[in-house]
Design a binder for this molecule. Structure first.
Ligand code: X2X
Length: 337
């Protein structure tokens, strides 16, 4: 032990001197010690941005807020963590709007098949009226959603058995879908044999052959090395998906206004960085996955959408969401569905 440290301790023990530049409070004694959960690995842009946000919030609040991130479903599968968020066991959680819809029914409206043609229309809608509508629904159920939604990506179908070239290839196809009525409904409309499985169990389900395929953005195929258990990737772009950054409502409302403002500013700014990072990486993902042996095919998306129309998928969901919400969706995406 160095002399200065020994004398510092002695002084502290005697209660005589305060070390001017050293906080004697242990790191865990932050005023607000909060838990954040998500289902992505540390390499995913969500966690890259989150690490920066956590540091910025600790700094800007002068150490009053300590955030601990639990990535890659460490606290449990998504539907379990949603329960923990509601009860307050978890303070913040990044979650797909479609899985959130198991609690906030109309949250899945942004996930309607083929609603968004490109990212420009996604951000216009989600940073605009449609996003505001969904956040109000979320608040109505007692949770809080930060203004800027984070990107998950446009979803593509992968398979271990055959390329999905036409809608007919999806008939009786054994596919994993996340736990959400809309995902089940959509792939049932394609005639697939769907199994609802949380993401945390998806790799194993593919590996053991419980299902032959799954659908996710290319970023996830890369991050989770799905080429080890999947061969074909069909560029269906059948749905855009994001992650709302959610907070337990009671915890959030209990924070002082200055802390809330710092957190909201940092998280919303970092969400925009995450979107940029996703867009940059996206340009090289197909090549990277092909390099790992995956075989890609492009499809005529209009054929897939027609199948959904014919199966009554849009009519069913228009009925479920209600005319008002549906009108907001069509206004946001700029075309009728
Ligand atoms: O469960 C999935 O497939 C994932 C990771 O994309 C979501 O969080 C919806």
């Amino acid at each position: 032990m160095s002399l200065s440290r020994r004398s510092l301790l002695k002084g502290t023990a005697a209660g005589l001197i305060a070390a001017p530049f050293i906080s004697l409070r242990p790191a865990s004694a932050a005023e607000f010690d909060l838990k954040m959960a998500n289902n992505m690995p540390l390499s995913h842009p969500t966690n890259l941005s989150l690490a920066k946000a956590v540091k910025a919030i600790e700094e800007q609040t002068g150490g009053r807020v300590k955030l601990t991130v639990f990535p890659q479903s460490q606290l449990g599968a998504d539907t379990d963590v949603l329960g923990q968020l509601r009860s307050g066991g978890v303070d913040f959680f990044h979650l797909s709007p479609l899985i959130l819809s198991t609690f906030v029914a109309n949250a899945s409206i942004s996930g309607i098949g083929f609603a968004f043609k490109d990212y420009d229309s996604v951000w216009k809608a989600m940073d605009g009226d449609l996003g505001a509508y969904v956040r109000a629904e979320i608040e109505g159920k007692g949770l809080y959603a930060f203004d800027r939604i984070w990107d998950n990506g446009f979803r593509q179908i992968s398979s271990s058995t055959k390329p999905i070239a036409t809608p007919a290839d999806l008939e009786n196809f054994k596919i994993r879908v996340p736990v959400s009525p809309m995902w089940t409904s959509m792939f049932s409309a394609f005639g697939s044999a769907t199994t609802s499985i949380n993401f945390a169990e998806t790799y194993t389900a593919l590996q053991t052959g419980i299902v032959d395929g799954q659908e996710n953005p290319l970023q996830i195929l890369s991050d989770f090395k799905l080429w080890e258990v999947q061969k074909y990737v069909s560029m269906t772009n059948h749905m855009w998906d994001g992650f709302w950054l959610l907070a337990n409502g009671r915890m959030w409302r209990g924070l002082p206004d200055d802390v809330k403002e710092i957190m909201a500013n940092v998280f919303n700014a970092e969400a925009l960085v995450q979107r940029e990072t996703m867009a940059t990486i996206n340009t090289s993902l197909r090549g990277e996955l092909e390099g790992n042996g995956m075989v890609f095919n492009d499809v005529t998306t209009a054929d897939f959408q027609k199948k959904l129309v014919d199966a009554g998928f849009y009519a069913e969901w228009k009925g479920k969401f209600g005319d008002d919400a549906w009108a907001k969706l069509e206004a946001a995406v700029g075309h009728s569905l």
